[in-house]
Design a protein around this ligand. Structure first.
Ligand SMILES: Nc1ncnc2c1ncn2[C@@H]1O[C@H](COP(=O)(O)OP(=O)(O)O)[C@@H](O)[C@H]1O
Ligand SMILES: [Mg+2]
Length: 271
């Protein structure tokens, strides 16, 4: 079996604020092997972003175990581990006063690597992977929404992470740009061979990218269903709607999500 990069067992997170306790999620079990792409879907508020932040070491769990690269990280993720994890926020957040290239250099500065020459090459490579090398001196405001997302992804690739956590990376885009970007990204993912956790509110995106999709229940989230996307990646470049297996999997996912609607769940993006 291929090496386990991420393993989560019985994971729970409860926030304690002055006024109340909020359980974001509980009893989460999931794993990702080397080079696997794991999709996460679920209603708004079911704890998806909180899980992403825990994996990226920004929050700590209150229950259960988190293992990254075979090391126990249940009490928090060390700085050394964090270097191996790229995290793309829901909001994308590029620094508006920095050019494309200097946005990419930002994580290098944080980790004190900006003076090392090998990283200059990494910046160039990451820009080329996302097709933005010619735009390296532009400011974010000069780019389209889709290009900004590509910069955010390039920035996450600069440190050459072993694990990429993407929280709704295409969430704020219009449907056409989103579709175009998804097929670009499928190519990028195949090229970079990373282990990826991708949170999405789109069934088609989840099916296009993932080896396996975990569907969270309504808040407080727990895993309601696991869907194995047993369609080879070589077939995913074609129009997926024509693939019978995809069609069947999509129908099953719609069924699961419809049930959540019936229980008054609010789907992400519609909240
Ligand atoms: N820092 C925090 N303090 C208190 N509550 C929080 C915090 N972060 C998230 N929550 C709560 O945890 C729940 C899950 O939030 P989140 O992980 O953002 O859900 P999702 O990404 O699935 O929409 C929500 O009820 C949210 O209000
Ligand atoms: Mg979220």
């Amino acid at each position: 079996m291929n090496r386990i990069i991420l393993s989560v067992e019985g994971l729970g997170k409860t926030f304690i604020t002055k006024k109340k306790k909020i359980t974001a999620f509980h009893d989460i079990n999931l794993h990702a092997g080397e080079r696997e792409i794991i999709g996460i879907m679920g209603p708004s508020g079911c704890g998806k972003s909180t899980l992403a932040k825990i994996i990226a070491g920004i929050e700590t769990p209150t229950l259960g175990s988190l293992q990254l690269f075979g090391m126990d990280c249940s009490q928090g993720v060390s700085k050394e581990m964090k270097r191996r994890i790229g995290y793309i926020f829901q909001e994308g957040n590029l620094l508006p006063w920095r050019t494309v290239e200097t946005n990419l250099r930002f994580p290098l500065e944080i980790f004190g690597l900006d003076k090392q020459e090998e990283y200059d090459q990494r910046v160039v490579e990451a820009l080329k992977i996302v097709g933005l090398y010619d735009f390296r001196t532009c400011l974010p405001q000069e780019l389209s929404g889709g290009m900004m997302h590509r910069v955010a992804i390039a920035r996450a690739l600069v440190l050459n992470p072993d694990l990429l956590v993407m929280d709704q990376p295409f969430g704020a885009l219009d449907a056409i740009t989103r579709k175009k970007l998804s097929s670009d990204f499928l190519r990028i993912f195949e090229q970079t061979q990373k282990t990826i956790i991708i949170i999405t509110n789109s069934i088609d995106e989840a099916l296009l990218f993932s080896n396996r999709i975990y569907i969270f229940s309504d808040a407080p989230g727990t895993i309601q269903e696991v869907v194995d996307v047993d369609v080879p990646y070589s077939l995913r470049h074609q129009e997926i709607t024509t693939n019978e297996r995809f069609t069947a999997l999509r129908a099953r996912m719609i069924e699961i999500i419809k049930k959540q609607y019936a229980n008054n769940a609010v789907l992400e993006g519609e909240a």
